[in-house]
Design a protein around this ligand. Structure first.
Ligand code: HEC
Length: 327
């Protein structure tokens, strides 16, 4: 099926574009998809949409270019999943606070344009008490269907007949780094907020500290295996600063903990808890009984992660916290 092959392509390119964007574009603030990213203005359409205030906007130029975005598809008279979807994204919006409308934007696009006039969308947004940086949009059926296909959020086989069978996944992405991820709106809001405010924004920390362009590429920090693992497996819950996420801030962790303990914990946290390891038990209690997941890492992954955390500690590099301030 067409949408499936697009998503397969999407996934395959994800790691490549993250790599390319960090190496090639790490040094310069870039306000559009990096060269080499397949998801630029040629991929996304500049579809005309109208927002809840009656303002006409263009999808690529006005809504996603150079921005960190959340995009979902809803209809306002939907009785089951959409209100829940909106409610859970509302929690994410609140967590992102002042980042909303600054560098992070939410877009809920109607899949029932006949019914969802701008006025209907405005009522819906008002009822939920939607704040800054979140727009509700409508456009022609053909255009919004094409957008859903481009975003990999259209299920050909089931969608035609019933609106309520629509795909409730959301797409989150950073257009300027070419990173895109499909998520469920029912994910833990803190995890989503961290992915938007921290993991997807991560390259900004690099932007500030490195030189520009191909000439400087040798001197740029390489995206090491450890950095890559940390970003995709750990950053949803941990900062490398002292600010807590779902788990503790990991600043200075390689000095605070015995290396062998650290390696065992990262590899098999569930085992240490089962053995009633005193450090594990006290952390578990302190962090709201959220279990640090066993991510099935092998020894070389664990070693790379510990080296990376140690390196970050030594160089005193700073990472962006959720609020966008350095921690
Ligand atoms: C789903 C959230 C989550 C993810 C993902 C996660 N952790 Fe954790 N981590 C926690 C929580 C919560 C704790 C506190 C202990 C507990 O509650 O189990 C913790 C504790 C830790 C600790 C101990 C901190 C201390 O003060 O001793 C380290 C080290 C750690 N995590 C590293 C990692 C690394 C490395 C990764 C990625 C490979 C990772 N974590 C992925 C949630 C997470």
């Amino acid at each position: 099926m067409k949408t499936h092959s697009v998503m397969g392509y999407w996934r395959k390119w994800l790691i490549f574009t993250v790599f390319i964007s960090a190496i090639v574009f790490g040094g310069s603030p870039s306000w559009a998809a990096p060269e080499g990213s397949p998801w630029n203005g040629d991929y996304f359409t500049n579809t005309k949409l109208v927002d809840q205030d009656g303002k006409t906007v263009h999808f690529y130029d006005d809504l996603i270019k150079g921005k960190i975005v959340v995009i979902n598809f809803i209809f306002t008279h939907c009785g089951d999943s959409c209100p829940l979807e909106t409610a859970s994204l509302l929690r994410v919006q609140r967590l992102l606070a002042e980042r909303m409308g600054k560098d992070i934007f939410f877009y809920s696009i109607s899949i029932d344009p006949d019914h969802d006039t701008p006025k209907a969308l405005k009522n819906y947004a008002d009822n939920f008490g939607i704040g800054a940086g979140w727009r509700f949009l409508t456009g022609s059926k053909a255009d919004t269907t094409l957008l859903r296909k481009k975003l990999g959020l259209f299920r050909d086989s089931v969608e035609a007949s019933k609106l309520s069978d629509h795909n409730t996944s959301i797409m989150i992405g950073n257009e300027s780094t070419g990173q895109w991820m499909k998520r469920s709106p029912f994910d833990e809001p803190k995890v989503l907020a961290w992915q938007l405010g921290y993991a997807l924004s991560n390259t900004k920390a690099v932007h500030n500290t490195v030189q520009t362009g191909y000439a400087a590429a040798d001197k740029l920090p390489k995206i090491s295996k450890g950095a890559d693992l940390f970003r995709f497996r750990c950053a949803a819950c941990h900062s490398l600063g002292n600010e807590d996420g779902l788990g503790p801030g990991l600043q200075g962790i390689t000095e605070r903990r015995d290396k062998a303990w650290l390696a065992r914990w990262i590899k098999t946290p569930d085992k240490l808890l089962a053995e009633k390891d005193p450090i594990a038990v006290s952390l578990y209690k302190r962090y709201n009984h959220i279990l640090m997941p066993n991510l099935r890492l092998n020894d070389s992954d664990v070693e790379a992660l510990i080296n990376y955390m140690e390196e970050m500690g030594k160089s005193g590099q700073q990472v962006l916290s959720l609020s966008g301030k350095k921690s």
